[in-house]
Design a protein around this ligand. Structure first.
Ligand SMILES: Cc1ncc(COP(=O)(O)O)c(C=O)c1O
Length: 405
């Protein structure tokens, strides 16, 4: 389904010019996912804040910023990249459980829309930073609505017992404190229930809980402006994201007519279908009853299969020859957990053959590392039917030691 956006002739050209492994993104697919959110949420008119952790490449972020989207950042580094990519400061929100003083000050000095705080101690830290800068910090609280999103446990974030957010009881105390503070301005409330969520039901439940809480809070004198329902809408591997219309209906059903400005923080659903990892077969071998393809991409390039058990479709670039066999596709890293895909049916790919690992646009490059002292991959963007450009050069051996003293 996604293959039509990644023509074999272009992929071969990119691999020749940029080498492998290389991440290849499609501008058309990225813009299509953005358009599909905008269409589904027409009636809600939210502020979309692209979750940069999914893919913080400047070229892709600039596409989101150019479309009027804001950004959801989770570190000072992401804020820096967001500003460089052209996101308006007034459309940037800052999430995360452990922002330090330097990061909070940086956010305040940059004039971002608000900070999603996750504990009383963080709010006190934010107050200190704002006092030093002699201003009032716009703050929202991430609340844990205790809702099960039915996804992998590593990406479940909105159930009690997770490190994220505060309970409704705790939130009420913090809002009351913030409302009285000279240096805090409580403006919003937030939840993010998890990632790879395919049904709108958990969002509706969390939104109802949040709306009831915000109503109660307003009655007690703390009126908020923003309802931030996080990201997490899923994208099945190998496919574009499912229509976000049910999500829009759930959000509108709760917040429509309340006068609150809804904020959405999608990451994966926009970026995942937009990219693939292009890798070459280095060797073939048999081990026990298994056929292995050893590729030049590894878990340091794409860790999701090892970390979450995610299953990325893998296809030969161009037609195959010979009989179909079942392969495990592994990388050169010295770990048994280093695999890109298991049990894949392919027609006998000889050494040097190009393989496309689909749905790798989110949490692919952004989670990559130099483990085993492997320079990070290059990134390329397909910009038209026959055009592409390099958007990040391949790292070199010099890059591996550049920061060492
Ligand atoms: C606070 C917050 N917002 C948004 C996202 C983006 O989620 P996704 O990429 O699944 O849309 C995350 C992901 O971890 C998050 O923690």
């Amino acid at each position: 389904m996604l293959a039509k956006y990644f023509k074999p002739s272009l992929l071969k050209e990119i691999a020749e010019a940029a080498g492998t492994p290389v991440y290849v993104y499609s501008k058309a697919v990225f813009l299509k996912q953005i358009a599909s959110y905008e269409k589904a949420f027409r009636g809600v008119d939210p502020l979309f804040c692209y979750a940069m952790k999914a893919n913080s490449s400047r070229a892709l972020c600039a596409l989101a910023a150019g479309g009027g989207w804001g950004a959801d950042v989770v570190s000072g580094g992401e804020l820096y990249r967001a500003l460089k990519a052209g996101f308006e400061p007034g459309k940037i929100i800052f999430s995360g459980v452990g922002k330090d003083q330097a990061e909070l000050e940086y956010a305040l000095r940059s004039g971002i829309l608000f900070i999603n705080a996750e504990s009383f101690e963080e709010v006190l830290g934010l107050e200190r930073a704002a006092a030093r800068l002699k201003l009032k910090a716009p703050v929202s609280l991430r609340i844990n609505p205790d809702v099960d999103p039915h996804t992998h446990k590593y990406i479940t974030t909105g159930k009690l017992g997770s490190k994220f957010g505060v309970t409704f009881e705790e939130a009420e105390k913090i809002y009351r404190y913030a409302a009285e503070s000279e240096h805090l301005n409580p403006v919003g409330a937030h939840f993010h229930i998890g990632s790879q969520v395919y049904s709108a039901g958990p969002y509706a439940l969390a939104a109802r809980r949040l709306a009831a809480f915000m109503l109660k809070l307003a009655a007690r004198g703390v009126g908020l402006k923003y309802a931030d329902v996080g990201g997490g809408w899923g994208a099945r591997e190998g496919a574009e994201m499912p229509d976000p219309a049910p999500l829009a209906a759930a959000v509108d059903g709760v917040f429509g007519g309340t006068g609150l400005k809804v904020i959405l923080e999608p990451g994966r659903s926009v970026a995942a279908p937009s990219g693939l990892l292009l890798t070459r077969v280095v060797y073939r071998k048999r081990g026990g009853r298994k056929n292995f393809l050893i590729a030049d991409a590894a878990m340091n390039d794409l860790i999701r299969p090892a970390l979450y058990g995610s299953r990325h479709p893998v296809a030969l670039v161009g037609p195959g020859r010979g009989a179909e066999k079942v392969y495990d596709i592994v990388g050169p890293v010295c770990e048994s957990g280093d695999f890109l895909a298991e049990g894949v049916r392919l027609r006998e790919p000889e050494a040097g053959r190009l393989l496309a690992v689909y749905s790798a646009g989110a949490y692919g490059f952004s989670m990559s590392s130099q483990y085993n002292s492997r320079p990070r991959a290059a990134e390329a963007l397909i910009t038209g039917a026959r055009s592409w450009r390099l958007i990040r050069r391949r790292e070199t051996y010099k890059d591996l030691v550049a920061a060492e003293l």
